[in-house]
Design a protein around this ligand. Structure first.
Ligand code: SF4
Length: 344
């Protein structure tokens, strides 16, 4: 069953930072500070949902700076949510925050109010990229905060962005490598979208900056997915959610409503390509057998993967088989000895 999480956006009004990409108003469509009543109302609505399952549902405070907001206000929101954790209505509370607003005192508070998962906006593990995008923290802050969060027993989530100002494909891959070393439980990947009224929008208009194309983003994020898969790190989000505010406020960027699906399909395409090359397979007709849940990923959107291989002389038939998710069996028509291959 899917989770029926309660998601409460907590804006950081009066935030002293000026991250190059930040335009929370445009992305979320609101800037109102939620109250304890808002938490209670949101929890009550979620508990009436058909997907509600107390063991799997969490109350999430997102916005990226939860532990940087006014302390008494933060505690007031946590207290409202904690009642539901205490009485078993929700499994826990998750928050997202900056790596430089994590210390022992903050973690003690979060622990005492039933917080179970902490997500850090790492964005990049290259200090020059962090500085260029005015993040106000270093890669070392991400490492220290991550270690402390794990020491306290919280579930750790790390968020990274691709295509930031002064970043590159190599630097984004380096960031993912550093994140893998920290072994978070979850990762979110956000390709940079240039929103109106941001520093990045000014750079873009002046011709000083552009983020990656959709094709570059799909190719890069497919690589990142494989890296995180190899380390058994769950990628719980790839790309910004579809909202009206995105379409109204986006200046440029590789936004796509199904970016995750495009990247998952690219992972299979690249893996099959590698398999064909590694085995020096002649052109011809082949069968790819996969787990039922992977069929659409192997086909690609509008059969783009099938088309891609057909143009190279490989006519693939995709069928459901006994492969585990993420694996495929590849065979030609004469070969009854199917070969199992794990895409990660
Ligand atoms: S993204 Fe940066 S500028 Fe925006 S609220 Fe968070 S810390 Fe402040």
């Amino acid at each position: 069953m899917k989770h029926s999480n309660v998601a409460i956006f907590v804006p950081h009004n009066g935030c002293p930072h000026c991250c190059s990409f930040c335009n929370q108003v445009k992305i979320t469509g609101q800037q109102k500070q939620p109250t304890a009543d808002d938490v209670i109302n949101a929890a009550s609505v979620a508990m009436k949902s058909k997907r509600y399952n107390p063991q799997q549902s969490e109350i999430a405070f997102f916005g990226g700076s939860f532990t940087a907001i006014d302390r008494s206000y933060m505690v007031m929101l946590l207290s409202a949510a904690y009642k539901y954790v205490e009485n078993g209505s929700f499994a826990g509370i998750r928050i997202s925050t900056r790596p430089d607003y994590i210390d022992n005192e903050i973690l003690e508070i979060l622990k005492s109010y039933g917080v179970t998962a902490i997500e850090l906006g790492a964005q990049s593990m290259c200090d020059d990229v962090l500085t260029a995008n005015m993040r106000g923290h270093t890669a070392r802050d991400v490492v220290n905060a991550s270690k402390l969060i794990k020491k306290y027993g919280f579930s750790l989530g790390l968020q990274m962005m691709t295509g930031l100002y002064k970043s590159s494909i190599e630097k984004d891959i380096y960031t993912a490598e550093q994140i893998c070393h920290l072994l978070p439980d979850t990762v979110r990947i956000y390709p940079t979208i240039i929103m109106a009224d941001t520093v990045l929008a000014d750079y873009y208009k002046n011709g000083d900056y552009n983020t990656y194309s959709l094709e570059e983003t799909v190719e890069l994020c497919a690589k990142l997915l494989q890296m995180f898969n190899k380390h058994s790190i769950r990628v719980i989000r790839l790309g910004l959610h579809s909202t009206e505010d995105i379409s109204k406020g986006m200046v440029a960027g590789p936004w796509h409503p199904s970016l995750g699906e495009l990247c998952a399909a690219r992972v299979f395409r690249n893996s099959i390509d590698d398999y064909i090359k590694a085995n020096a397979l002649p052109t011809g007709c082949y069968t790819v057998a996969v787990n039922s849940r992977d069929i659409s990923k192997v086909l690609g959107q509008k059969h783009s993967n099938i088309e891609y291989f057909a143009q190279k002389g490989y006519n693939l038939t995709v069928k459901q088989g006994s492969a585990m998710p993420g694996e495929f069996y590849f065979s030609d028509l004469a070969d009854k000895q199917n070969t199992c291959f794990n895409k990660s």
